[in-house]
Write a protein that binds this ligand. Structure first.
Ligand code: FAD
Ligand code: DHB
Length: 384
């Protein structure tokens, strides 16, 4: 088989890249290790920046998002019971949209015309310094695809980054001593806007997917087992971390999904190795505080799609040569913001009394300074 671009991974990054290329008349094949149902069953991010909304439109997959997505003009920050609204619209004249990653993925899958090979096993990358080709196995038979470029959109645990010789890659990492226990429930959200809450017992986030479906998270130790958390235990813990008036109005019910995500900051450099390019979680991880992971993956592939289009349609190397440094600059800014939001809002086992006072001072500075709020708002809605 032959195609112009082989994309490893059918998460949001891989699907969006494939779609942007398809719209530009460029042929791509996606190889995905899991089934389509499995990919759609993963509950992950929920907040889209304007750049991601614009990209969905460019991919001609925006109508359902515009019909069902919820525009949010601000968020609520709470610290030990004191709360403060960050008004994006007033501070920076912009907003975000609540529309789940599952829906983004579903829309991109629905619109795709090209080939996606699900349940592709043993994906291997070859000769990406010269004439690249990729092999994979399906039902015990090995197949080969020759291509011009390989895009590694296969997430943090994927094969693409691992195929690069260790000497060619520098990685930067911070692992946090906690994770997020998330619950999805078919009940109306506790508040109109998202609530990010710091509490002595740990961080809590009240999010949502629709007027009838809510997503809640609580910070748990890194080694926590999801089986140790009955629904009742989760609701009790969430209520304990919210201010009493909000906790009172929380509508609970049986969870329809419950999982723990570890928190990590990670960046690989560079992101181009000959004709192999890394994008999305394969290239970087942010802790979820600040909702940057999905948006950053989307902004990478927007740049990568343009670079491939420039090369394949216009024979220009400018885009592929600039890709790594262009996206890394934005990636590090998102890393900084996500690290900062994480540091402000979580409890750290080794913070001590000094660390806790500093967190409180940070919150007080933020709520007292329009400049500080503007900075938060500017980053949350997405830097251009
Ligand atoms: P992924 O979505 O990880 O997609 C990669 C794809 O590659 C997967 O479908 C995978 O099956 C496939 N793949 C992997 N290895 C191979 C292989 N060897 N061969 C073929 N295919 C392969 N962000 C937020 O902003 N908010 C959140 O609440 C949030 N929660 C998260 C919870 C979890 C458990 C995780 C892991 C991430 C979460 N994120 C969150 C981050 C966000 O979901 C990611 O940034 C986003 O999914 C990145 O998209 P991606 O396409 O780069 O990677
Ligand atoms: C969601 C996840 C986030 O990490 C975040 O900052 C906001 C919302 C969510 O899953 O809804």
């Amino acid at each position: 088989m032959r195609t112009q671009v082989v994309i490893i991974g059918a998460g949001p990054a891989g699907l969006m890249l494939a779609r942007l290329l398809e719209v530009a008349g460029i042929d791509a094949i996606i190889l995905e290790r899991k089934s389509a149902e499995y990919v759609l069953g993963r509950i992950r991010a929920g907040v889209l920046e304007q750049g991601t909304i614009d990209l969905m439109d460019r991919a001609q997959t925006g109508p359902r998002m515009h019909a069902e997505g919820l525009i949010h003009h601000g968020i609520e920050l709470a610290f030990d019971g004191d709360s403060h609204r960050i008004d994006f619209e007033a501070l920076v004249g912009r907003h975000v949209m609540v529309y789940g990653q599952t829906e983004v993925t579903r829309d991109l899958m629905a619109v795709r015309r090209g080939t996606t090979i699900y349940e592709a096993e043993q994906v291997e990358l070859h000769d990406f310094d010269g004439k690249p080709w990729v092999t994979y196995a399906r039902h015990g038979v090995t197949h080969r695809i020759d291509c011009e470029f390989i895009a590694g959109c296969d997430g943090y645990h994927g094969v693409a980054r691992q195929s690069v010789p260790a000497t060619a890659l520098t990685t930067f990492e911070r692992v946090y001593p906690f994770g997020w226990l998330g619950v999805l429930v078919d009940q109306p959200p506790v508040a109109e806007e998202l609530i990010y809450a710091h509490h002595q017992r740990g961080f809590a986030l009240c999010s949502q997917r629709s007027p009838a479906r809510s997503r809640y998270y609580v910070q748990v130790p890194a080694d926590e087992q999801v089986g140790a958390w009955s629904d009742d235990r989760f609701w009790d813990e969430l209520r304990a971390r919210l201010d009493p008036a909000t906790a009172e109005t929380l509508q609970t019910g049986p969870s329809i999904e419950k999982s723990i995500a570890p928190l990590r900051s990670f960046v690989a450099e560079p992101l181009r190795f000959g004709r192999l390019f890394l994008a999305g979680d394969a290239a970087h991880i942010v802790p979820p505080t600040g909702a940057k992971g999905l948006n950053l993956a989307m902004s990478d592939v927007a740049v990568l799609a343009d670079a491939f289009i420039e090369y394949l349609a216009e024979q220009s190397c400018a885009g592929i040569d600039a890709y790594s440094s262009a996206v890394l600059s934005k990636i590090w800014k998102a890393e900084r913001f996500s690290w900062w939001m994480t540091s402000l809002l979580h409890t750290f086992p080794d913070a001590g009394a000094f660390g806790r006072r500093i967190q409180r001072a940070e919150f007080d500075y933020l709520t007292g300074s329009r400049f500080a709020q503007q900075s938060l708002a500017e980053n949350y809605v997405g830097l251009s």
